[in-house]
Design a binder for this molecule. Structure first.
Ligand code: GLY
Length: 402
């Protein structure tokens, strides 16, 4: 099953928005409010345990252990949860925890543990959010340092930000010249840096990467590759592969949601209608392949008898669909459909996948970090973050951190 890549301009083939989402959502706002209160209480219960340490990326037996912010891509999701809890409750203890955690992000920059495209995840939910909420100049300068490091990973000839590994390697490693769909959610750091500094170069790199992603990672049917490698000297496309999905040509559902949300945000920063249309096409593929309870299997092409779900993908999708609805013109018929789909997803997560009543320090069951490592059916800290962001989006007037 080999599918030819598409371009941003030629992104036309479309699954359409499934009918079930064009009807009014039956999810009651009171239910979502209740789910948000329960989630904030759970964050409060964990505040002392983690404080300036961080929940492990995924749980074991639904329990996260405490880790240090020295490597990996997930520390900021805990900080983001603390900022959200601070915004919702106004309680100073959540802000104090987030600010204490910010010191570990400063140390990480100083220690150089930052050779990854994940700088966007790491410094948007910690430093950009901190700067947006309390105007701290030191947080602004940390986030700009992270943006500079992310820019360094941009490879001119293929027009992409290399995801993993040494981007200056002279031997041809697997990582060299490889982009991944997840990076779409690291671009907001660059768009923000351009807005803050007035320097267009950050946004120009973000836009180039977004277009290269549309060309090589997005397929004509609106599904996505997880990774795609290009020659770093000539820019010639080499081919797609997966790292966390079922196989090279399958569609890893979490990757699909990183792209839905990433293009919806790019549409806002770049004021580019084509990004919103591409986000909609990706969303239509995603919504057309969901299970009845609006939570996807971890990979849409994995054999059906292995019914492993990924609630973290559903939580990211809920935020991405809500953002997409905000980026489309109000008169667009799909706006209501994407809002309904976001609410229906959140309602299903709250009803069917909440850890309420279970012995757990996480929020959502059935996250799938990496099925090939046996890491599934657990809480994932980014899934918990996007679940709470989605609930905040659905119940409050909220300004994005991204
Ligand atoms: N960015 C890594 C993941 O989604 O698992």
């Amino acid at each position: 099953m080999s599918r030819t890549p598409t371009t941003l301009e030629a992104a036309t083939a479309d699954h359409g928005l499934p009918d079930r989402y064009t009807e009014r959502s039956t999810v009651d706002r009171a239910e979502l409010n209740e789910a948000l209160s329960a989630a904030i209480n759970r964050i409060d219960d964990s505040l002392e345990e983690f404080y300036d340490r961080f929940p492990s990326p995924s749980s074991q037996g639904l329990t996260y252990t405490a880790t240090d912010n020295i490597d990996g891509w997930t520390a900021s999701f805990w900080t983001g949860l603390c900022w959200l809890a601070y915004e919702v409750t106004g309680e100073r203890r959540f802000r104090d925890a987030a600010e204490t955690q910010l010191e570990t992000f400063q140390r990480r920059l100083a220690n150089g543990d930052v050779g990854t495209h994940d700088l966007g995840f790491l410094y948007t939910l910690s430093a950009v959010a901190g700067h947006r909420l309390i105007g701290n100049e030191r947080y602004r300068s940390m986030a700009l340092s992270a943006a500079d490091l992310l820019v360094d990973r941009f490879l001119e000839a293929p027009g992409l930000i290399q995801a993993w590994g040494d981007h200056e390697a002279t031997d041809d490693s697997w990582e060299l010249g490889r982009m991944i769909v997840d990076t779409m959610m690291n671009l907001p750091l660059l768009f923000w840096a351009s807005e803050e500094t007035g320097e267009s170069r950050y946004a120009a790199i973000a836009e180039t990467h977004a277009r290269t992603n549309a060309q090589h990672i997005v397929r004509p049917d609106g599904s996505t590759y997880h990774t795609f490698k290009c020659d770093v000297e000539s820019g010639t496309p080499i081919g797609g592969e997966t790292a966390q999905g079922y196989d090279a040509d399958s569609c890893w559902s979490r990757g699909q949601t990183w792209a839905i949300y990433g293009y919806a945000i790019a549409a806002d920063y770049a004021d580019e209608g084509a990004y919103a249309q591409l986000s909609a096409k990706l969303a239509n593929y995603y919504l057309s392949h969901l299970e009845d309870d609006s939570v996807p299997r971890w990979d849409f092409d994995a054999p059906a008898e292995r019914d492993i779900r990924d609630t973290s993908a559903a939580a990211i999708a809920a935020c991405g669909l809500d953002e997409l609805a905000r980026q489309l013109p109000l008169a667009d018929d799909r706006v209501r459909g994407y809002r309904n789909a976001a609410c229906t997803t959140l309602g299903s997560l709250a009803e069917n996948y909440s850890t309420a009543g279970l012995d757990s320090n996480g929020l959502l069951t059935d996250g799938a970090y990496d099925t090939s490592d046996g890491d599934y059916d657990e809480c994932c800290i980014w899934g918990d973050y996007f679940y709470v962001e989605g609930l905040v989006r659905a119940t409050e007037h909220w300004s994005r951190y991204w």
